[in-house]
Design a protein around this ligand. Sequence first.
Ligand SMILES: Cc1cc2nc3c(=O)[nH]c(=O)nc-3n(C[C@H](O)[C@H](O)[C@H](O)COP(=O)(O)O)c2cc1C
Length: 210
Amino acid sequence: MYLSKSDIEQTERIKRLNIINAVTGIKPANLIGTRSEDGEANVAIFSSVVHLGSDPALLGFVLRPQHEKPRDTYINIKSSGAYTINHVPISLIENAHFTSAKFPKKISEFERCGFTEEYLFDFHAPFVKESYLKIGLELVEEIPISSNRTIMMIGQIVHLEFPDEVMGEHGHLDLEKLETAGISGVDSYYQLRKKDQFPYAHVKDVPDFK
Ligand SMILES: Cc1cc2nc3c(=O)[nH]c(=O)nc-3n(C[C@H](O)[C@H](O)[C@H](O)COP(=O)(O)O)c2cc1C
């Protein structure tokens, strides 16, 4: 299969969305938890979380355009400056998937989709109790992406929790042990298996691949 720019542009919308959403490879499956000014908890699945740097510890995620109807995740992050990112455990991918439904504001996706709100470390935003890796973030920057009106939300990690046994000596986290799911497109979920681990790639240490 070969697709040029014009082939892509002429592809039917849903088919194009599925293709282009898959071409980056496996994306992380995360639930983002927020709380409104009225105290209502909100949670939804996001696949666009990306590591931006470790010092300071910054993560970004991309939000769909919000100019027509801002969604709860965006509204709550803007009003509180706080949100949580929680890995989706492989046993709960179906529950996590359906948090993406456009529920009315009054309905809690936590309750409807079988997740439990958990308030830890005096943090404003809810963590997802069922998740094995939980991150609390403070919003530090919002970057509008003018080419398609999406928004990159950048947050600094202020809380991080995971089971002791998943961390190796030098801080490697074993995502297989964490039972974290992966995503392709917006509807396909993968189980992760750790294959190998290599040392820092010094030129002098590159194996002879010939
Ligand atoms: C697998 C999957 C991945 C998703 N990733 C994103 C994403 O990265 N960014 C985004 O804006 N919406 C994403 N969505 C859509 C949101 O989950 C959906 O818009 C949700 O309703 C947002 O929650 P809110 O309305 O409570 O803010 C994704 C949906 C699915 C099913």
